[in-house]
Design a protein around this ligand. Structure first.
Ligand SMILES: O=P(O)(O)OC[C@H]1O[C@H](O)[C@H](O)[C@@H](O)[C@@H]1O
Ligand SMILES: [Fe+2]
Length: 197
């Protein structure tokens, strides 16, 4: 996703975005329909049925400038829509950074949800997203945003080192160790029954 270049960005960049929706008309977003999440949700039958019925937009995000040098800062907004596959809330794919040690900062603009994080050694950390709350994702932790609201999109602003890169491979093959599902109207964290498979 990040364009690689050895030429630093030398011009100032400004992007106006809506503080509630995270949307901007200045750029095009990258869109992830539910079908782009094949293999990510634990209830595969519910996933297949839902994609066949209506392949809704599950999340989208903007990279406001895509710098790619270690001295630069990549940033943008991310919009995860409300919804569930079976009992499991809509979420982003999630990734490690290619340069594993790279950290990332998120700031929740609206909605509610969780940031699910795990290290390669299996340490799991979870932080709550609510408006006005920032979440620091430490280096070495894979991270996934989960929208736990029944009706509101989860909107975050994020920033990370320009050369961090996105490594999806591990998550695509093994998944996260935990899943976030609804039980009696509230989110709970469960062991992912399909982890590692
Ligand atoms: O890359 P995904 O796991 O699909 O998540 C989508 C996007 O979400 C976040 O906002 C990150 O900061 C972006 O770098 C990321 O690409
Ligand atoms: Fe990231």
């Amino acid at each position: 996703m990040t364009a690689s270049s050895t030429i630093p960005t030398t011009r100032a960049v400004a992007t106006a975005f809506d503080l509630t929706t995270g949307l901007t008309e200045d750029r095009a977003s990258l869109k992830r329909p539910l079908s782009a999440m094949a293999g990510m949700y634990s209830d595969t039958a519910a996933f297949d049925a839902q994609v066949a019925r209506d392949d809704v937009l599950s999340y989208e995000f903007y990279d406001f400038d895509v710098p790619s040098l270690e001295t630069e800062v990549a940033y943008g907004t991310s919009i995860t829509y409300p919804g569930k596959v079976g009992d499991e809330y809509f979420m982003t794919k999630g990734h490690f950074h290619t340069r594993l040690e790279s950290a990332e900062i998120y700031f929740c603009l609206s909605g509610q949800g969780l940031m699910l994080m795990e290290s390669p050694e299996g340490d799991v950390q979870v932080e709550e997203f609510r408006p006005g709350r920032s979440v620091y994702v430490p280096g070495r932790y894979a991270h996934r945003s989960v929208n736990t609201s029944s009706d509101e999109p989860l909107i975050t602003f994020f920033a990370f080192p320009g050369d961090a890169g996105h490594d999806y491979g591990t998550i695509e093959t093994k998944g996260f160790r935990k899943i976030v599902v609804e039980r009696d109207g509230a989110p709970v964290l469960l062991d992912n029954p399909r982890w590692g498979n």
